[in-house]
Write a protein that binds this ligand. Structure first.
Ligand code: PHE
Ligand code: NA
Length: 436
């Protein structure tokens, strides 16, 4: 059977953007930023996206496009010996991330439904927190986790062309429009000034005092939000049939993803300050608590809320499918399993792994800090070492395909991959492991 490729020129970029934009931007970014001190975190995060995230996207792209294989097969083709285990690390990471990602995505589906049946007019922050408590534990959480995983399995079973390109064209623009509108409304709140100061002013004293937690948090968030460190971008680039300018594509992906995360902050923090909630306090409930109070106040807030939560649900879907696709492409390529049984079997296993998270949120922080603080960072580190030191010539030539002669830029990229990325990631990993 011929390997599938993207059906349109735009298909690849849409799918990669679909993978990048998701809960990492809307749910994870604002609460991590709140926990890590606002502006002090934001500046480190932005630097990491530009200086580490962007070159690391290219690392995954060149491996995928060169080998046209799943991550496990790709590493095996290029490397030898112990490098083969790297592909396995990606598979393990994918299992862990998707299991809790699906649970959180289920909350967004639940909040969509709450808008339809009851609306978001709650009395205040306590009631919003209580609602979050009901949604995130017990049968409700389990049920919506199951619904979300069923959707993910369905799309992946349908295949690359029919499944993955669908939806992204509508979802990303819709999210941007809604976020900008919400951000404009938040701008009119009395709390806006104080919130912006918190969010945008890098407090360097705070940064110096807390760098051991800010650094790994920013590195982890940069990799998570750009879907790096577990082979997603390798897999997606492996379906590229043609020579594209990979650097331009990586720029679009990193730029859009960052833009969306940053505007989420402009929405969340003013509403948290307006409700008198300390920004580091709410953790995983930050987006839900701030938005339910937003939608309670805004004219037509109920409709906006329904549309917003549904859109985030779809954004989460286009990210979740990219994770399942890594696991499934491995079974298809390496073990010759058919797509439908592969998607079903892995999807069910992922669902089961996620069940503890629906019972107690302690498992959410356990899974999340394992995946984000350790696994993704380790995957990115090993991949950078592999590309920078084991196959630099292949990588450099592959990056040039579709761009032309890179000259010293290609060399600069290899050296960024070889040293700064490795050093920063090693330090983050060390701090992350100590923390875990
Ligand atoms: N990038 C996705 C997001 O921001 C999450 C993700 C992580 C997807 C790792 C794939 C791999 O929501
Ligand atoms: Na993201």
């Amino acid at each position: 059977m011929a390997r599938e490729t993207w059906s349109t020129r735009m298909g690849f970029i849409l799918a990669a953007v679909g993978s990048a934009v998701g809960l990492g931007n809307v749910w994870r970014f604002p609460f991590i930023t709140g926990q890590e001190g606002g502006g002090a975190f934001l500046i480190v995060y932005l630097l990491f996206v530009a200086l580490i995230g962007f070159p690391a996207i290219l690392v995954e792209f060149v491996i995928g496009r060169y080998t046209e294989l799943n991550p496990v097969g790709a590493i095996r083709e290029l490397g030898s010996g112990a490098w083969n285990y790297l592909g396995w690390l990606f598979v393990v990471t994918g299992f862990v991330i998707l299991s809790y990602y699906s649970v959180v995505a289920g909350w967004f589906l639940r909040y969509t439904l709450i808008g339809i049946t009851d609306g978001y007019a709650l009395a205040g922050p306590e009631e919003a927190a209580a609602l979050f408590g009901t949604v995130t534990t017990g049968v409700d959480s389990l049920l919506f986790h199951a619904v979300f995983m069923a959707l993910v399995i369905g799309i992946i079973a349908a295949g690359v062309r029919n499944g993955i390109e669908f939806g992204v064209k509508v979802m990303v623009p819709a999210i941007i429009v809604l976020l900008v509108a919400l951000g404009a409304y938040a701008f009119t709140l009395d709390s806006a000034g104080e919130a912006y100061a918190y969010y945008l002013t890098p407090d360097f004293g705070y940064l110096v005092a807390n760098w051991t937690s800010i650094l790994p948090a920013a590195a982890g968030q940069a990799f998570f939000t750009l879907s790096l460190g577990m082979g997603v971008m390798i897999t997606y680039a492996s379906y590229l049939g043609e020579d594209r300018n990979l650097a331009a594509d990586a720029g679009i992906i990193a730029g859009l993803d960052t833009f969306i995360a940053v505007i989420v902050g402009f929405v969340v923090f003013p509403f948290l300050f307006a409700a008198g909630i300390e920004p580091g306090g709410p953790g995983p409930s930050a987006i839900f608590v701030s938005l339910t109070s937003a939608f309670a106040e805004i004219p037509a807030g109920r409709v906006l809320g329904i549309v917003f939560f549904a859109m985030v649900g779809i954004a989460a879907l286009s990210s979740a499918i990219s994770i399942l696709e890594v696991l499934v492409s491995y079974l298809i390529d390496e073990l010759d399993v058919a797509r439908v049984p592969a998607a079903t079997a892995i999807g069910v296993a992922v669902f089961l792994l996620g069940v503890p998270v629906t019972i107690d949120l302690i498992f959410l922080s356990l899974y999340d800090s394992l995946a984000d603080g350790v696994l993704l960072v380790l995957g990115s580190l090993l991949l950078a070492l592999f590309v920078g030191w084991v196959v630099p010539d292949v990588a450099r030539a592959e990056l040039g395909r579709g761009i032309g002669d890179l000259g010293s830029l290609g060399t600069a990229w290899i050296w960024i991959v070889r040293v700064p990325i490795v050093v920063v990631v090693l330090v983050s990993l060390y701090l992350g492991v100590v923390d875990y």
